[in-house]
Structures are given as C-alpha cells and as structure tokens.
Design a protein around this ligand. Structure first.
Ligand code: OXD
Ligand code: MN
Length: 590
C-alpha cells in the first residue's frame, strides 16, 4: 500500500521504522501523522461527527463538548484480559495475568494482521509529564480510533512537543491499539515491559486504550520506576495552601472510583476561609527523591478521565466547571436539547432522556440513565482550581501520602502510621469495596495494595519490597496516613459527611506533617484526640459522632487481620519480612 505523501512531523528513524512495520502489519487504508495542532483537532472532530463516532452536544450549554456512546460490553477496564508479558511468570507475579512474551506477540500479531483494512491509522505522539522534567517520558500510540486520538489530545501533551522531547533517541513507548470492532473475544491489553511496548486490541474503553494512562504511566511506569529508583503510583496530588500562604503538597492513593477526583478538587467549607486547595493531578503521581532529600511528584497526565455519576455542583463544583466546556463525555444520558445528565447530577431527573444505550428513558425506567462508569475527559487547565505547579518540571515536594479505601465497616476515618515501614504495611494491606470502574462484581472487599492491584506492572511482592527499599533513598520521607470516608452506622448511614468536610481531615494531616497537631497513640497508629480535630461550624456532627467514626471494633479487626491472609498467602514467597513483622506488631497492639 502506498500512502498519500504527508508531513511526518519527525525525522526520528526509530519512530518511522516502527510505524512502517506496524502499518505493514495492520494494513490500514490511510495513515495520518498527528501534530497536536488546533486545526487538526477541528478537522478530526468534524470527521468524528460525520462518521457518527461523536455527537455534537448543545454548544450553547456545553461549548466544545462532544458525546460518545460505547458498545454496551465495552464500558470499563477489563482486568481479566490485561496481561503482563515477560520471559518468566515470576516477573509478573501472582496478582497479574501473565503470558509468555513470544506467545502473546504471536497471538496479537495474528489478530492485528490486516486488522485496520478499510480504516485509518493515526500516529499519536505524546508526552507523559511536563516538558523539561527528568521524569517525563515519550509515547507514540498507533490507533484506528478517532475517539482515542481526540481523547489522547486531552489526556496527554500530544503532538510535536513529544517529538521535540525525543529528538533522535529510541526511548519511547510503542503502543499499538487495534480496535477490532471492540469485540470482547478479541480483547487483550498486553504489556511488554522489556520492550517498553503495549498492544491493546478489541476495546475502545479509555482505561484499556488511552495507552498513556494505565498502561504506560502505571503498569510500565511502575516497572521502570523499580529499575530506576522512583515511584509510579495511582495517586492524586493536591496542594493545600493555608491562609498564611504556606503550601503543603499531599498525594493520596484510593482505588478506582473511590473519590480521588473529588478529593483533589475539594472546596473547603466556609469555616476554612482562606484555605485554598488546588489540584496537581487526580489519578497518577510519578515521584522521585529530590536533591534536598524530599520526595518530589509530577502528574504525568494533562487531563481528567473522571467518573460522571454523583458529580454535581455540591459534591464537586470544580469538576462541574471543568467539564462545562471542551469535554468528551462517554456513556452518560442525553436530554432532548443535547445536554448531558447522569444519576446524581440533579436531585430530580429530567422528565425525558435518552439513556447511555440510546433508548428513551423516563424517571420510571428500571435501569439507570447513565452507565455507572460513564466518564468525562476534560483538559487539566479547565479546572478553576488547577495548581500553577502542574507544568513545573521539578514537581512538588510531598509532605504526606494518604491511603484509603471504600469501607462500610472497620476502618476509622483517619489515622497516621508510626513510620515509613508501618505506612508501607498500611498501604499494602489496604482493602476496598470493588466499583464499576472494572468489569466484575461491585461492592466486594478486595485487597488492593496501594490501590495498585490492577496497575502494578510486575510482581506485587517485588513492588512492596521496592517501597520498603525507597525509605533509604528518601532522607526526609512524607508522613503516611490512612483515611476512610465511607464508614456507615448500623442503619447504613454514612458516619462522615465527606466531600468538602474532608478538609477537616486534611487540615489535621497538614498540621501533623508540620509538627503542629497533637495525636494520641492507638493500636492502629496515631489518631487525632478530641481537641486536635476541628469540628467547628459542622451541622449534625459532634465529638460523639467522631468517636463513632474513629472506633476500633475488635471483632471487625480480627476479621480484618484474617482478611489480609489471602494476599499474604498469595505473595508469601516474595513478601518483605518487614510486613510480616508489622502484622505481628499490629496483632500484639490489638
Ligand atoms: C481510572 C481507573 O480510570 O482507575 O482512573 O479506572
Ligand atoms: Mn484511576
């Protein structure tokens, strides 16, 4: 096939050679080299609308916004189809699906052979991280999905900037996405860490196909981080500025769809006048020790790929503003005048909608109007609370790392680990109820070490060892905390109001890192005493309720420690002995 002559935007021989090989394999009818320009965005958006891939939303209400409806069986990450492909199964470890490298290449090359006939292959160069940072990495994604091209343009720094960073080097991620009609029987999300390569087939869902995000920044990122002595984590990054102008940077690891975006964009209640919370990132942190011995973090992404349901001007006003323009929505519901709606957007649903499957919907309909994992992709700069540091190549110094899951019982609102090693144990044993972000059962507690279970690109036991070893590389380590916004009383009501009120927890954390807040020693770690936690101005809350939210129930903790057994058993051969000791110490304290 001879492709129409067009600008390649790069002379990099390795890129040109690889694109040539993949083109020969997939045999698209057309080849388009993307440059990331505004004109290109306009042209590709028009094409996506003409082809029915995107629907243009009401431009008066939602300027620059478009809508995509996916196939109903392609709505979430497919963890059971996600593979780490290495020479030995041990490298992938017991918590990952493993495939022998050669075997998976053979299988996927056979699936992709001629897989783009009649279609266009887009070459999408992108940066993960701000230009000029030593952590920043280059990727090139080849995809036959216009939805992916336009979403990558939001989620990464896409275009010529990536080729400029790469120069004539060969160190870039080779990502091939062959959509194959989003056919679940041909769905594979395969990672080849030794080759810094990804092949994703048979899906068009963001988490499976926006290859810079989960695949590169987390799975391959974590592999590289271990080799090179840094951390690639499933964490938001926020800045908390006090009324005196003192900024404290914090990261937090919560599993998918457990409120990272809400926490990263939090608006403090009136009582905290003068405090400013700004977002550096809402999903991924790359962190490296800096010259002053502290841990510095960058957000490798340039956009938010957030869960729509539950988002409204009360739960997350900054997200509401962020997604009011230049956003791609997926699988939400549509109003007759082409506005968007999802469960929890307004108290009363509109009288008439088109649901995420394209069917007429009314409030009497049995199924939700929007899919539980319906999403928005919006540029990071849309956020009115975007931190000015997002483009700082040096990153931001981290004072606290917070772990947290979605737990209806057992876990108190907040506690602080005694030290780094204890904090690694707290993160490693994190449990959370599963959500709609991945296909499978929802609401089942699973162990999710550091919220990385689906995203660790190598042996989880080695990953926990890496965390333990990092202590020696960080002379001034962040303090480590655990939070749980989701604990319920016996009637099933949430014990803690959450959202903006989480500022109270954050303030205690900030003050702890600054050595200004007191704490009491408890079996789990340090906890705030009644005078150390600011409850002023709270309606329907009092110290008794706080005590209930903080309570340690021995029966629940017995089950909790036993519940850690599954993970410890699975990882036994690789588990750092420090974690076994921490477990013994916890049992002794309980
Ligand atoms: C995400 C996820 O999309 O964790 O961020 O699933
Ligand atoms: Mn995530």
């Amino acid at each position: 096939m001879i492709y129409k002559m067009q600008p390649l935007h790069t002379n990099n021989p390795a890129v040109i050679r690889w694109v040539g090989e993949m083109t020969a394999l997939c045999q698209p009818d057309n080849l388009v080299w993307c440059d990331g320009s505004e004109e290109e965005k306009k042209k590709l958006t028009e094409e996506a609308v003409a082809q029915g891939i995107l629907i243009k939303l009401n431009q008066e209400k939602l300027p620059g916004c478009y809508y995509n409806r996916s196939k109903p069986d392609d709505v979430a990450r497919s963890e059971d189809r996600t593979f780490i492909c290495t020479a030995s199964a041990e490298e992938a470890g017991p918590t990952n699906n493993w495939s022998a490298l050669k075997e998976m290449y053979r299988k996927l090359h056979a699936l992709c052979a001629g897989g783009m006939r009649g279609r266009t292959l887009y070459v999408v160069p992108y940066l993960m991280g701000p230009p000029g940072s030593s952590l920043t990495k280059v990727g090139v994604e080849l995809t036959d999905s216009l939805y992916v091209v336009l979403s990558m343009r939001i989620m990464t720094r896409m275009g010529k900037v990536a080729y400029e960073h790469l120069g004539d080097g060969e160190d870039f991620n080779r990502g091939l996405h062959c959509m194959l009609e989003a056919d679940p029987t041909r769905r594979y999300i395969a990672h080849f860490p030794e080759d810094n390569a990804i092949i994703s087939t048979g899906s068009n869902y963001g988490g499976n196909v926006l290859l810079g995000k989960k695949c590169y920044a987390l799975r391959l990122g974590s592999w590289l981080a271990r080799k090179q002595g840094w951390l690639a984590e499933h964490m938001l990054i926020l800045s908390a500025e006090s009324p005196e102008g003192e900024k404290t940077f914090v990261t937090a690891a919560f599993p998918s769809a457990c409120g990272k975006t809400n926490f990263a964009m939090m608006v403090p209640p009136a009582h905290f006048a003068g405090w400013k919370i700004r977002t550096v990132g809402d999903d991924i942190a790359w962190m490296k020790p800096g010259p002053d011995g502290r841990l510095y973090a960058i957000n490798p992404e340039a956009g938010y790929f957030g869960v729509a349901p539950g988002t409204n001007s009360k739960t997350n006003p900054n997200a509401t503003a962020t997604i009011s323009h230049d956003t791609i929505y997926t699988n939400v519901a549509l109003t007759p005048d082409l506005d968007v709606w999802w469960e929890g957007k307004t108290k009363e649903p509109p009288a008439q909608l088109t649901d995420w499957k394209g069917r007429p919907w009314t409030p009497g309909s049995k199924e939700p109007a929007a899919h539980a994992n319906s999403r928005f992709a919006a540029p990071i700069r849309n956020n009115p609370a975007c931190a000015p540091e997002v483009d700082d190549p040096n990153g931001v110094p981290i004072s606290a790392i917070i772990f947290g899951g979605r737990r209806g019982t057992t876990m108190p609102l907040v506690y602080q680990a005694f030290n780094w090693i204890h904090g690694v144990y707290v993160g490693a044993t994190m449990g959370s109820e599963t959500t709609a972000a991945a296909t499978g059962a929802v609401g089942k507690v699973r162990r999710d070490p550091m919220a990385m279970l689906p995203f660790c690109g190598y042996n989880m036991g080695h990953y926990l060892n890496h965390w333990i070893r990092m202590r020696k590389k960080i002379p001034v380590p962040p303090r480590i905390f655990h939070v749980n916004w989701f604990r319920r009383d016996e009637q099933g009501n949430f014990l803690w109001p959450g959202f903006g009120e989480n500022m109270r927890v954050l303030k205690w954390i900030v003050e702890r890192t600054r050595g200004r807040a007191d704490a009491q020693e408890a079996p789990l770690g340090w906890v705030p005493g009644p005078r150390d936690f600011d409850l002023a101005g709270m309606k329907d809350f009092n110290p008794e309720k706080l005590a209930q939210a903080q309570a340690i129930n021995m029966e629940e903790w017995r089950r909790e420690v036993l519940g850690q057994d599954d993970l410890f058993f699975e990882l036994y051969a690789y588990l750092p002995k420090e974690l076994m000791l921490q477990r013994e110490l916890l049992v002794a304290r309980l």
